[in-house]
Design a protein around this ligand. Sequence first.
Ligand SMILES: *Cc1c(COP(=O)(O)O)cnc(C)c1O
Length: 235
Amino acid sequence: MKQTICDHLQTIGKQISEAEAQYAREPQGVTLLAVSKRHPVSAIEEAIQCGQTQFGENYAQEMHEKAQQLSVLGYSHLEWHYIGPIQSNKTRIIAETAAWVHSIDRLKIARRLSEQKPDDKPAINVCLQVNISDEDTKSGVSLSELSALAEGVQSLSGVSLRGLMAIPVATNNVEEQRQAFAKVRKAMEGLNRQGYNLDTLSMGMTGDMQAAIAEGATLVRIGTAIFGIRENKKQ
Ligand SMILES: *Cc1c(COP(=O)(O)O)cnc(C)c1O
């Protein structure tokens, strides 16, 4: 029988619990973010009906439209996480829609989000995206510039600095996956030793979720394993 989105959510929930137990993590210490980019509102609705409330998107306009459509359908309890690259001219719709932004890699963007956050909305939770692979092509702040960025973001009143996010180079080698995620965890521990109070490690996708949990992920961003393969790539 064909597996439904509900089946997938259940399977992943179970895999998360098992990984928590296996790696001596606190039960329910890992949040599942359902990455719904390029999947239709109907698929999101199916996930909502199985209890999922947190959704990740990485195109600002697409997130905004889906949030509006679902709100019209009566779903007012959802939390939107923006996880994609951020252009300056998109910060306003992100500030209006997202409860979380995971992909902050420069102060200018954090400042705009902080300024453009609607007054009646709580501070936007933000993670700094770190580039642990030092690849020119990937976004993210380098480890050497992380501390300065954290200091700048911490001073903004419209955003609340919660932790770090990373997208390591894809590899099937679990040891390499773990080494990459360990770097992110150590970077967060380093900031906390400097006096920060960060509690969020946003890391792990469909292909490397277990390794991320082993290294301390508190939020995994899962798309394909929930919604299936994404077709016709935008951009
Ligand atoms: C698409 C995406 C994901 C989900 O990836 P899957 O491999 O489909 O689970 C997670 N994080 C970010 C930043 C993404 O862009």
